[in-house]
Design a protein around this ligand. Structure first.
Ligand code: NDP
Ligand code: OXD
Length: 311
């Protein structure tokens, strides 16, 4: 198989990606886009976010491999013709990074690490208790490539784990809920809520006061989906009232998070700069190579975003 793949995004480091393809998928020639380059005949491209005008220059494009799992920006780009398949990244490096981040933050909340750190700063020897993991109710919103892996991992660490998705599914040992009418029983009494939803009109603002009201008092929120899923004012009120005890936020409505934003200095909010999970170039190159090989042999691509559903 010999394929030409254009890197459309100037934000991505071409040398790193070129090296990854040379090492893992040498039958794919990676080409860096330049304004003067003739892109007719190009069938595949990769990129992290849309580049204005580029899709008009690729009339033969068949598949766009996103360098991330969230593809809301590509889906919102009217210059991408409807026949172009927008493929969400699914590769082991991304999944494991997300598993690690969520497990790290769940354990922080479960074991009260931030209270311990505050006590150490004041040389206070505190008596802190915590329940057994099977008595800790943890819920994962979104059970796709990442949410499914995270829910299974939390379950394997012994947590009382629930999951919620749009369609019904089963995961061994995890109580799974689906659809809008099951969100209330899903969230009811949760002590740690993890959001791994894609950003769509339905999920915009879903992390709000109505939802927080159903959580256990003093629950924690971990948002690794998208910032626009969180109602920021509702979060601040919930932290003030004690409804929520803490939040770990990796994604924000405005990124980079502006320096004056109250989240930066809030004692109960842990901010990370959208780094919960990055793609690994080498394993991404392998995943893209496998996908192109499938496509060239007449099979359907996997992880293609559904334009009607919005993810
Ligand atoms: P997938 O598309 O594989 O999965 C999405 C999941 O969300 C599916 O289970 C889907 O349900 C569910 N879902 C979508 N809409 C709804 C809804 N209205 N109600 C209930 N469930 C819904 O995505 P990934 O798991 O690969 O990634 C999830 C998101 O994580 C990305 O879109 C991105 O926003 C975020 N992300 C963040 C990163 C970071 O560094 N912070 C890194 C990577 C991703 P169903 O299974 O029924 O289709
Ligand atoms: C992604 C991300 O969507 O890093 O992959 O946010």
């Amino acid at each position: 198989m010999n394929a030409r793949l254009v890197l459309s995004d100037t934000g991505a480091n071409f040398a790193v990606w070129e090296d990854a393809f040379l090492k893992g998928a040498p039958d794919i020639q990676l080409i860096q886009d330049r304004p003067e380059r003739d892109l007719r005949g190009i069938r595949y491209c990769i990129g992290w976010k849309p580049v204005p005008g580029i899709f008009d220059r690729m009339p033969d494009l068949e598949a766009l491999f996103a360098l991330g799992a969230g593809v809301e920006r590509f889906l919102a780009d009217p210059t991408i013709p409807p026949q172009v398949r927008i493929v969400k990244m699914a590769e082991p490096g991304l999944t494991q990074a997300m598993e690690h981040y969520v497990l790290w933050q769940v354990l922080e909340h479960h074991r009260g690490i931030r209270e311990l750190a505050a006590a150490q700063r004041e040389a206070r020897w505190i008596d802190q208790t915590y329940p057994a993991p099977w008595d800790r109710r943890v819920g994962v919103m979104g059970l796709g490539t990442l949410g499914d892996a995270v829910a299974r991992l939390l379950r394997s660490f012994g947590f009382d784990t629930r999951g919620w998705s749009r369609s019904a599914k089963t995961i061994d040992g995890v109580r799974v809920f689906s659809g809008g009418d099951q969100i209330a029983p899903f969230v009811d009494g949760l002590e740690i809520l993890v959001c791994l939803l894609p950003l769509t009109p339905e999920t915009q603002g879903i992390l709000n006061a109505d939802l927080f009201r159903h959580l256990a008092r003093g629950a924690a929120l971990i948002n690794v989906g998208r910032g626009a899923q969180l109602n920021e004012a509702d979060l601040l009120s919930a932290l003030d009232s004690g409804r929520l005890a803490g939040a770990s936020l990796d994604v924000f409505a405005a990124e980079p998070l502006p320096p004056a934003h109250p989240f930066w200095r809030h004692p109960r909010i842990f901010v990370t700069p959208h780094l919960a999970a990055d793609v690994d170039p080498e394993s991404s190159a392998l995943a893209i190579q496998r996908q192109i090989a499938r496509f060239e042999s007449g099979q359907a691509l996997e992880h293609v975003a559904d334009r009607n559903r919005g993810y």
